[in-house]
Design a protein around this ligand. Structure first.
Ligand SMILES: Cc1ncc(COP(=O)(O)O)c(C=O)c1O
Length: 375
């Protein structure tokens, strides 16, 4: 059997990884500022993470949600405390798309409505509702097309107010910082406007924190910078540092009913052990603080480099927009300077490193970027 060829690949095989570094099959070392797409939050093969998963594997790796799983309770308590949402409820699943799918569904169960507000350039995943709320017609199959989703301009308060007048909005889904869309920060006043309109019309505010959440911006959820709470937070990527685990954090106003949501694999023992290890390291090593500090340093230094069109983002979620004629820079960073970064259209370099990235590693990148830009 051959692989179903859906990804353009870099001709690199990663065989080993540690902290913010990976090594290929030839022993070549790369600085990883991409984290496999914002997934590596506490660094590759972190010893505490490896040990916690290994220990759990020797006890029990999996059992379904038909029995008590105390690790889930432990995870919910820790996540509630670290994210500052102790009265919220946790539903565990396996991927970002699934988290958003469940959030949109729960919102509709809650208020009985069907209309979803999403935003231009949004990315929410590839399953049916999540992809319908994603602003990319190329990945929406005919069967996923629906008139339930209304796409509005990002950060446009007037358009939002106008859309709410119909009074049939079930939910608003928004990334705190658009990732795939090119690192566009949702403004604090815009998030506050979403909160107030959702309150007025009893609609549900869904904070897609799959990429921008989990401490990446220096606060647990990127939306926290606005000072208001969402009704549901969706999370995945950084949650398991590579182990597939995702979840939704649900405000107390939602009352659960048996079987309204469900999953076979979600919240299994190994996934919980991985997620707990991540939170334990985040807390012990104060990684949110580090993300804020190193992120601020990077943005400050990036703003001094000639040739960059714009620097956007918060903490360790940074977009560097370059002019079109510099379309070689990202490839040069990878193949000449051995640094992984992410990309977004039109010509944006996305930095999504581990949250324990150091200033020394930031300097290595800055030096390489300056050289790549001036070549
Ligand atoms: C903001 C956002 N939401 C949802 C998803 C979908 O997550 P997954 O690929 O785990 O389904 C992604 C993935 O890139 C994302 O960036």
């Amino acid at each position: 059997m051959k692989l179903f060829d859906v990804y353009p690949l870099n001709d690199i095989t990663i065989e080993r990884a540690l902290g913010s570094y990976v090594w290929d099959e030839k022993g070549e070392k790369y600085l990883d500022l991409y984290g496999g797409h914002a997934v590596i939050s506490i660094g590759h093969t972190h010893p505490h993470y490896v040990k916690r998963i290994e220990d759990q594997l020797h006890k029990v790796g999996f059992y379904s949600n038909s029995v008590r799983i105390p690790l889930q309770v432990e995870l919910a308590e820790k996540l509630g405390r670290i994210s500052g949402k102790e009265d919220y409820q946790l539903f565990l699943c396996n991927s970002g798309a699934e988290a958003n799918e469940n959030a949109l569904k729960l919102a509709s169960f809650y208020n009985g409505r069907k209309k979803i507000i999403a935003f231009r350039k949004a990315f929410h995943g590839r399953t049916s509702l999540a992809v319908a709320a994603t602003d990319n017609p190329k990945i929406i199959a005919p069967v996923n097309q629906t008139d339930h989703v209304l796409f509005l301009p990002f950060n446009d308060e007037a358009a939002l107010e106008e859309a709410f007048r119909s009074n049939d909005i079930s939910s608003v889904i928004i990334e705190g910082i658009q990732g795939v869309g090119g690192i566009n920060v949702a403004s604090d006043p815009f998030l506050r406007k979403i909160r107030s309109l959702c309150d007025t019309y009893d609609a549900v505010f869904i904070a897609d924190s799959v990429q921008c959440g989990y401490g990446r911006t220096g606060k647990f959820y990127a939306h926290d910078h606005s000072g208001v709470n969402a009704d549901i937070y969706t999370m995945a990527k950084g949650m398991g540092n590579g182990f597939p685990v995702a979840g939704i954090s649900i405000s107390p106003k939602f009352k659960p009913q048996h079987f309204m949501l469900g999953t076979t694999f979600g919240g299994n023992h190994l996934a919980c052990a991985a997620a707990l290890a991540v939170l334990e390291v985040m807390e012990a090593d104060e990684l949110m603080k580090n993300a804020a500090t190193v992120g601020e340093y990077l943005v400050g230094e990036l703003n001094k480099i000639n040739g960059i069109r714009e620097v956007r983002g918060r903490g360790l979620m940074i977009g560097i927009e370059l002019p079109e004629e510099m379309s070689n820079v990202r490839k040069d960073l990878l193949f000449k300077y051995k640094i992984f970064t992410g990309e977004a259209k039109p010509n944006v370099i996305r930095l999504l490193p581990a949250l324990n990235m150091t200033v020394t590693e930031a300097d290595i990148f800055l030096q390489a970027l300056k050289s790549a830009i001036s070549e």
